[in-house]
Ligand binder design. Structure first.
Ligand SMILES: [Fe+2]
Length: 384
């Protein structure tokens, strides 16, 4: 992939310098990028200036190179069509200029990647989703759960950004806040930052967390840090949330990647007659949860695909390419699944066509028409 990302830039350079010089420069850049990318995907702590001045521009170049490939093909197609249609009858057809198409493709790729890195990634979209729920008591009609996921607190989305997300969430006035995993990307260096962000979340009935596959470097230490901040980490367990005469079961299944998740244990012993809301990092749990009578499953993990085709990203993105449900509300009989697009990123710190989101799930009685999610607002561009 890293090699492919350098094809269009190499061809583009050939438009302005000799081809052997373009190839040589790109080979050096490719070697440097490949080495750094390999190290950066694990997100080791490093100074902010290194992130801003070296890492982010490198990801910008890398993503622009990848985006440039389809643009290059489109450009070549357009140039071919133009050269054919522009020829006088009998005149020899001119071959389209590959370097010019590559230069255009790389330029377009840079614009798309810059938007994904500096704008799209920083504009959180808050959505309100009404979910009709069987067996919901009237006292819980309109109960609002703020659903956050995949914060990936680290060098790209640091504590300051996490605190902004917390402020945004609190401003929506939820009854309950849940976080469905991937609080960090790797390692243990950001546990204290995660704890500060979680501590800043505020809801009348509390904050509940399940861990994701990226939280497993030292999951015990992370869970302790989160619980010290006042939230509760649900690890194959449930509790009852009450409002007036009504109540529902809130359950959380542990990480499936490491085999710690045990759905049967998580749901065992639930009181009869109460609806269940299940927190599970992986949306793939949904089918089994539905079979066990769970009314609503809240998941993350996919990041909405993180990279999608602009304007078609809900359907054409990295998650759908590997057969996953990318984001949004899904139903199976009386059971519903909401998959959050998440807030942070993994790998390259970009989101193309997929906004970070805070979902506000509103519980409604059965028979209420299902609302797949209206944007209630976009916040102002994030700082730094
Ligand atoms: Fe994630």
């Amino acid at each position: 992939m890293t090699l492919a990302a350098h094809l269009a830039p190499a061809l583009a350079w050939a438009a302005v310098v000799r081809w052997w010089l373009a190839l040589g420069v790109m080979a050096v850049v490719w070697l440097f990028t490949a080495r750094r990318l390999h190290a950066l995907f694990s997100d080791p702590p490093r100074p902010r200036w290194v992130v801003r001045l070296i890492d982010e521009p490198m990801f910008l170049h890398w993503a622009a190179g990848l985006v440039a490939l389809p643009l290059l093909l489109l450009g070549l197609g357009a140039l071919t069509a133009l050269s054919i249609s522009g020829c006088a009858p009998g005149a020899p057809a001119r071959a389209p200029s590959v370097p010019v198409a590559a230069l255009s493709g790389y330029g377009g790729g840079l614009m798309i990647a810059a938007f994904g890195l500096y704008v799209r990634r920083r504009r959180v979209r808050a959505r309100e989703i009404a979910v009709p729920m069987r067996r919901l008591h009237g006292d819980l009609d309109g109960y609002r759960i703020a659903h956050l996921s995949d914060l990936h607190i680290g060098s790209y989305d640091d504590r300051a950004r996490g605190l902004e997300w917390a402020q945004e969430t609190n401003a929506l006035g939820p009854d309950l806040i849940v976080v469905t995993g991937d609080l960090v990307t790797s390692g243990t260096a950001y546990h204290a930052d995660v704890a500060k962000v979680i501590a800043a979340l505020c809801a009348r009935d509390g904050v509940f967390v399940v861990l994701g596959n990226h939280d497993q470097w030292d999951d015990q230490a992370l869970a302790r840090a989160i619980e010290a901040s006042g939230a509760r980490v649900l690890r194959n367990e449930w509790l009852q949330i009450e409002r007036g005469e009504g109540a529902f079961v809130l359950a959380g299944v542990d990480d499936g990647y490491t085999g710690k998740g045990d759905l049967d244990r998580t749901l065992a012993g639930r009181p009869d007659g109460l609806p269940t809301v299940l927190l599970a990092h992986y949306p793939s749990v949904f089918r089994r949860a539905a079979q066990r009578g769970v009314e609503l499953t809240l998941s993350g993990h996919t990041h909405g695909g993180q990279f999608g085709v602009p304007f078609l990203a809900d359907r054409v993105n990295l998650a759908t390419a590997v057969g996953q449900r990318p984001r949004g509300l899904f139903r199976d009989g009386d059971s519903a699944l909401y998959v959050s697009a998440g807030l942070g990123t993994t790998g390259p710190p970009l989101r193309i066509g997929v906004a970070p989101e805070i979902a506000m799930i509103s519980l409604r009685p059965a028979g209420f028409s299902l609302d797949r999610g209206a944007a209630i607002r976009s916040n102002i561009p994030r700082s730094g």
